[in-house]
Ligand binder design. Structure first.
Ligand code: PLP
Length: 568
């Protein structure tokens, strides 16, 4: 029996006409029929789910009541709400395909009883069809919502299309809200760009989680547990079978992925999974697309594999599928939280991306590096759910725990998982078993998910302090209510992860701001390094993973003050 966290892949669309309780019950029902929720899974309490979705508890109670009445859920007195066993009796000769919980993941996917693997009988692409739809019933509603905000933001960043820096989308307005704020006059301390060296450095380096947040007792428990296992005679190149099963269950709970252990390859993280894929599937000279701006390590890994890296433009919402070339062999993308700009790929683009991959034969590699940390907005299911045949999913413990842990997972069709695993011994790649046992223990005990919940709250507090300090700090520092010479800035991608991007006007000297902040004890980073080509957006990336709340507050005040000073 598994207790599901409150952040099930359920979204609500307030703009649509469908009652919220109906939306929630329809999505939960779809998750049961789609194999995402299984018999015996324990649902979150109505209070927890209501808090996560920002709806009233009555809405969730009504949704649950509806599912009870229809037999999808069952209650055990005093111990919660569970998914009922709604397995239809197996038809003669149906074999394991009829056994819920053993991997029946959809109408076109069946278990191969001999190998306990998923065998695909997937026909040609069917854009817009059920198979390409995400598993939740009213997902479309979320897409419509995003498309509305998208219409206001036509620009892209990786190329030369015009872009509206001054466009206004006020906080709270849409899923990927952008805070536009005006920077006021020089503050009292407008000497700003200099001063005596600071004693304490606050480092806003992005991408590094708060390892100090790991509960020492949980950490020790995991390693004690790992220490009870002697190394096996020869490591399984796919990873420990128990861990593969546990990862599949984790992804089912947290990301709505309908996968079996056979789909899981244990890795050392995203870069390790990408390098393996590139080594197996690319030949030197093949073209591989990477978002522009994008993750420099992803780009470097593909280059090292001999690929010709093609920058693929993104805008504030993520990649632009209609601009993708037809001759890519592979596309590396970050749809849940575009790195670094923070876009959350709208449903219409997700569908277009899948259709593009089907049409061109390219493999899409989805890097889902920090989807655990999402604030204010509902989670969208992973892109992988839309077409597991053309999308390989990469996940990592580098954000939820620490990069130094060196653990991750790759989700692909079982045949590809086997192919990649077979390649490993030839490359001398081994995934340390003690680490795998420790991950297993953290997953099995629930400690990992507890840690994620705790850190989500902590990061949300830091994010709020950063956004608030940047938005209001400048005026406060200036001691004046009204800015004299408002300069439009905007924050991008502040609904997820551990960083935000501060977009500056094109002619703003970001490098000088970096130097000035350093002189005041705040290390910030320019966006330039995320571009393969000439940067087309001027800005800063501000990480809050490793800075404490007081440090974040101070850093935000320093930055706001600097931004109010004239750069000249
Ligand atoms: C976009 C992105 N993906 C993945 C990772 C983590 O990669 P790995 O799992 O290789 O540590 C990072 C870390 O900064 C990242 O920024």
């Amino acid at each position: 029996m598994t207790t599901l966290p409150a952040d099930l892949p359920v979204v609500v669309d307030r703009a649509g006409g469908t009652p919220l309780a109906v939306q929630i019950s329809a999505q939960l029902q779809a998750a049961v029929t789609g194999g995402v929720l299984r018999a015996g899974d324990r649902l979150p309490s109505s209070r927890d789910l209501a808090a996560t979705l920002s709806v009233s508890r009555t809405v969730v109670t009504n949704a649950y009541a509806r599912l009870f009445a229809e037999g999808w859920l069952e209650g055990r007195h005093g111990s919660g709400t569970y998914v009922a066993d709604v397995t239809p009796p197996a038809a003669p000769g149906q074999g394991l395909g009829g056994e819920r919980g053993s991997g029946s993941v959809g109408s076109d996917v069946q278990i191969d009883p001999e190998r306990n693997r998923v065998a695909r009988h997937r026909p040609a692409p069917r854009p817009g069809s059920q198979a390409l739809s995400p598993p939740t019933g009213t997902f479309e509603g979320a897409g419509q919502q995003e498309n509305r905000s998208l219409a206001a933001s036509p620009g892209g960043y990786g190329g030369s299309s015009p872009r509206e820096v001054t466009e206004v989308s006020v906080p709270g307005g849409g899923p990927d809200r952008m805070a536009v704020f005006a920077i006021g006059p020089a503050g009292r301390d407008s000497g700003g760009y200099g001063g005596s060296p600071p004693r304490e450095i606050t480092d806003l380096q992005p991408g590094i989680p708060w390892a100090e947040g790991i509960e020492p007792a949980a950490w020790r428990r995991a390693w004690r547990q790992a220490g009870t296992h002697l190394p096996s005679r020869w490591p399984d190149p796919s990873g420990l079978p128990e861990l593969r099963a546990e990862i599949a269950a984790y992804l089912r709970r947290s990301r709505g992925l309908a996968v079996t252990p056979a789909h899981v390859l244990v890795t050392q993280g995203v870069a390790s999974g990408l390098a393996l894929l590139a080594g197996a599937l690319l030949t030197p000279g093949d073209k591989a697309g990477v978002e522009e701006p994008g993750y420099p390590t992803g780009r470097a890994v593909l280059r090292r594999a001999g690929a010709r890296v093609v920058p693929c433009r993104v805008d504030a919402h993520g990649i632009l599928p209609e601009e993708l070339p037809g001759d890519l062999k592979l596309l590396y993308t970050t749809p849940a939280h575009q790195y670094p700009l923070g876009g959350r790929l709208p449903v219409s683009r997700r569908q277009a991306l899948v259709a593009w991959a089907r049409a061109t034969g390219a493999l899409v590699v989805e890097d889902d590096y920090d989807s655990e940390f999402r604030y204010d907005v509902g989670q969208l299911p992973a892109l992988h759910s839309m077409d597991p045949d053309v999308i390989v999913y990469l996940g990592t413990a580098s954000k939820v725990l620490a990069a130094a842990f060196g653990a991750g997972w790759l989700i692909a069709p079982p045949e590809l998982v086997d192919q990649l695993a077979a390649l490993r011994p030839r490359l001398g790649v081994r995934i340390p078993e003690p680490v795998q046992h420790a991950v297993l223990a953290l997953l099995r005990s629930g400690d990992l998910e507890r840690h994620v919940r705790k850190m989500r709250l902590e990061y949300a507090r830091r994010r709020a302090a950063l956004v608030d300090g940047l938005t209001h700090g400048g005026r406060g520092a200036a001691g004046a209510g009204e800015p004299l010479a408002p300069v439009p800035f905007r924050l991008l991608g502040d609904t997820a992860g551990m960083h935000v991007v501060l977009e500056l006007p094109d002619d703003y000297p970001a490098a000088r701001l970096v130097d000035a902040a350093a002189a005041r004890g705040v290390a910030i980073y320019s966006l330039d390094r995320y571009f393969a080509g000439k940067p087309t957006i001027s800005g800063l990336i501000l990480g809050y993973g490793t800075a404490t709340l007081p440090q974040v507050r101070r850093a935000a005040a320093v930055l706001a003050q600097l931004l109010t000073a004239s750069p000249d």
